[in-house]
Design a binder for this molecule. Sequence first.
Ligand code: MN
Length: 311
Amino acid sequence: MFLDAAPYRSPMADVSTRPVTRVIEATHTLEGAGFGVYRPFPTPALDHLDPFLLLDELEPRVYAPGERKGAPDHPHRGFETVSYILAGETEHRDSTGNGGIIRAGGVQWMTAGDGIIHSEMPGPTMVREGGLSHGFQLWVNLPRDLKRTPPRYQSLEPGGLTEVTGDGWTARIIAGAVLGATGPARTHTPINYVHLTLTPGAEVTLDIPTDHNIGVHAFASHGSVGDPAVPLARSQFAILSPGEGDLVIRGPGPSPEEAEPMEVLVLSGRPLNEPIARYGPFVMNTREELIEAIEDYNAGRFGTIPPMELD
Ligand code: MN
C-alpha cells in the first residue's frame, strides 16, 4: 500500500479544491467598555491571517435598555476597520467630523490610514429599547506605502450588498469577486469578504485566486469545508493556505433534525508579506513607526472628536 502525503483530491471534481490546513477555536473575550466577542485572531493560536489582522464576532445577545456597552473614543493608524452589523445598530463619531449609524445589514469600511479617533457605541434605539445585537469587525492591513493614506469611509447601506443565490445557499458579497458577481466595497489590495448561508445538504464552490490566504469563520449551526471535508462548527475558524483549487463549503447534513442553516464568513486576500509591528490600535511595519504613532496620538495630531451640538 502506497500512502501519498498529498491531500486527497476528489476524482469526480473537474477542478481541484483546497484542503484545510488548520482549524482554530475562537476565544471569547471582552472588548471596548465590556461587550463580549468571539475572536479567532489575534489569539495565542493565530496572530493574524495576512492581510487580515483581527476578526471579532460581537456575540449575539439580547440586551436590556441601556445595557449594551460600546467602544468610546480610541485611535487607529495603519489599517482598515470593517464593521458588518447583522442585528442592532452602531453609532459612530470621529475626528474627521464624520458620524452616523450603521444599521443591521449595513457595512462601514473605514480606512484609518494616517490616523483617526472614533467612537463605536450602541445607537439610540438600542440604548432606549435594548434588543438583539450581533455583528462583526474585521481589521484589514494596509501595505507599507498606504499606511499613512488619508482616512476614508465607505458606508454600505442595508440592502446594498451584492446577493447571489443558488441551490440552498445565499451569498452576500461585501467585497471582491466570487460566484460571477462583485461586491460594492473598494479595497486597497485584492480581498474577498463574503457572508454565506447554507441550508442542510447545500454545497457551494467559490473560485478564489491561487495567491490568496483563505479563512472561514462559522457563526451559526455547522457543516464542513475543504477537500477532504473538515467539520466546522460555530466559533471555529478554518484556514486554507494559498494554492491551486477552489473553496468548497457544505451546509449541515440533510437529515431533518439538522434544520438550522450554517452561516459563515469567508475572508480571502493576497498576503502583503510585510513585517507587522502592532500595539493595540496601531499596526505599522516597524517599532519606530509604532513609537511615532503613539507620540503623534499623545501630541494630539490625530485630532479630536468635535463636541456634540443640538440640532
Ligand atoms: Mn475602532
